[in-house]
Design a protein around this ligand. Structure first.
Ligand code: IDP
Ligand code: MG
Length: 153
């Protein structure tokens, strides 16, 4: 099984849809193995969005991500990096497919509710950025046989 990182951005917190968004992951059959609220520092954000650091809009992204605390989650499942990106939808909420989180909740490129790791390699780096080993929990999910066939796990 894989683990991926999701951040519920200030846009999710301020709009009061944390529960709805988390519920989508739960209903899909994805296991929550880490969850906490944090305030993103300048340093963490510069690392996390290093690929955007030199863009003219980086300052706006930074302000947006620091407008309130965020909720970071570690989510576990088979092929979960890919599955969570599909559930998230494309970056621009106006282009994101209905049924995806961004497609259903966002009208914006910037204020797009969630971050999700984009590859297994990125997920490994991003999980380490936000969680210590002891904050990621290995516990039995008793409904696993109802979410996966034996040969899928
Ligand atoms: P992703 O979140 O879909 O992986 P990235 O290109 O990695 O998209 O961008 C990270 C985040 O930076 C986006 O989710 C969005 O909040 C913000 N962002 C990306 N491009 C723009 C832009 O052109 N204007 C404003 N914000 C942007
Ligand atoms: Mg990205």
């Amino acid at each position: 099984m894989q683990i991926t990182l999701v951040i519920l951005k200030p846009s999710a917190i301020q709009r009061g849809i944390l529960g709805e968004v988390i519920s989508r992951f739960e209903k899909k059959g994805i296991q929550i193995v880490g969850l906490k609220m944090v305030h993103l520092t300048d340093k963490i954000l510069a690392e996390h969005y290093a690929h955007l650091f030199n863009k003219p809009f980086y300052g706006r992204i930074k302000d947006s991500m620091q407008a309130s605390p965020v909720v970071v989650m570690a989510l576990k499942g088979v092929d979960v990096v890919h599955v969570v990106r599909k559930l998230t939808g494309v970056t621009n909420g106006r282009d994101a497919e209905p049924g995806t989180i961004r497609g259903d909740y966002s009208m914006s490129v910037q204020e797009n509710i969630v971050h999700a790791s984009d590859s297994p390699e990125t997920a490994a780096v991003e999980l380490k950025r936000f969680f210590s080993d002891s904050e990621i929990f290995d516990y039995a999910s008793h409904l696993t046989p109802y979410f996966y066939a034996n040969d899928e796990r």
